[in-house]
Design a protein around this ligand. Structure first.
Ligand code: CP
Ligand code: NVA
Length: 305
């Protein structure tokens, strides 16, 4: 039987050492890109990009990344493929993976991604599900390492919804060895199994000021994720105390950084002043999506980092 491909559905699919190597390689690819080096190890390779939700950063970073590596990327939306007309996931996976070399999927249910991966002959990358957003964490960890060095032993404050990003931060706390303080309103906690599996690495603190005290990194995300648009109004009221603003950043360490995966809603989960402050490195974070996913594709396709 053919060997099963390596997938990246969760950060936990890669070992601590593999994640560290991918991030190191991402910074190297970034330097090469900034120097103008031509590096095309994926010549002749094709990436299938399945998007069932909107995207700016993920789409552009994967498409441009594949092109810079010498390959080609195809954008596949359910609106104009048979995926949107009820062709079984298993069949779509079997067919697509006989034609392309690697596939990234952004969808709703995580189980759908797992089902697809189980029937794919080629590596599958999670480009966001309702449960996890591991690609964003590659970029976030790269960004922390580039600005402040090793994140091991540091304290990270997650302020806001216990959502897909929060879950990936919990997994990152396990793999990268930092402590995660989670401040979320009651009823918006992260998945208890994901939290429990992290042991002492992650804890719900509830109060945002307490969670941010002494933190080396403060992270937030939108209050209503994609698919929760009708809850936007109710959530704005429930999350009102969970804004990352100057008062909250004043609780954090003097050299604390601010991260947001973007898109951001200024005046909701983050104040305009924090978004545009020197602590905020959100544009580097966004750029690093490109470099870290190039490193990930090299790793999955060539087995090297
Ligand atoms: N951060 C992120 O995944 O952005 P997009 O939704 O624009 O891809
Ligand atoms: N939690 C957000 C992240 C967007 C990149 C969402 O799922 O919409």
């Amino acid at each position: 039987m053919a060997q099963q491909p390596r997938h990246f559905l969760s950060l936990l699919d890669l070992s601590r050492e593999e994640l560290r190597s991918v991030i190191r390689r991402a910074s190297e690819l970034k330097r090469m890109q900034h120097r103008g080096d031509i590096h095309t190890p994926l010549k002749g390779k094709n990436l299938g990009m399945v998007f069932e939700k909107s995207s700016t950063r993920t789409r552009v970073s994967f498409e441009v990344g594949m092109s810079q590596l010498g390959g080609h990327a195809l954008f596949l939306s359910p609106r104009d493929t048979q995926l949107g007309r009820g062709e079984p996931i298993e069949d779509s996976a079997r067919v697509l993976s006989r034609m392309v070399d690697i596939i990234m999927i952004r969808t709703f249910e995580h189980e759908k991604l797992e089902l697809f991966a189980a029937h794919s002959r080629v590596p599958v990358i999670n480009a966001l599900t309702d449960l996890l957003h591991p690609c964003q964490l590659l970029a976030d960890m790269q960004t922390y390492f580039e600005h402040r060095g090793n994140i091991e032993g540091k304290t990270v404050a997650w302020i806001g919804d216990g959502n897909n990003m929060c879950h990936s931060y919990i997994n990152a706390a396990r793999r990268f060895g930092f402590r995660l303080n989670i401040a979320c309103p009651e009823g918006y906690d992260p998945d208890p199994e994901i939290l429990a599996a992290a042991g002492d690495s992650a804890e719900i603190i509830r109060d945002p000021m307490t969670a941010a005290t002494g933190a080396d990194l403060v992270v937030t995300d939108v209050w209503a994720s994609m698919g929760q648009e009708e809850e936007q109004q109710a959530r704005s009221e429930i999350f009102a105390e969970y804004q990352v603003n100057d008062a909250l950043m004043a609780q954090a360490a003097a050299d604390a950084l601010f991260f947001h995966c973007l898109p951001a809603h200024r005046g909701e989960e983050v104040s305009e002043s924090v978004m545009d402050s020197p602590d905020s490195v959100v544009w580097d974070e966004a750029e690093n999506r490109l470099h870290s996913q190039k490193a990930l594709m090299e790793f999955l396709l060539l087995g090297r980092v």
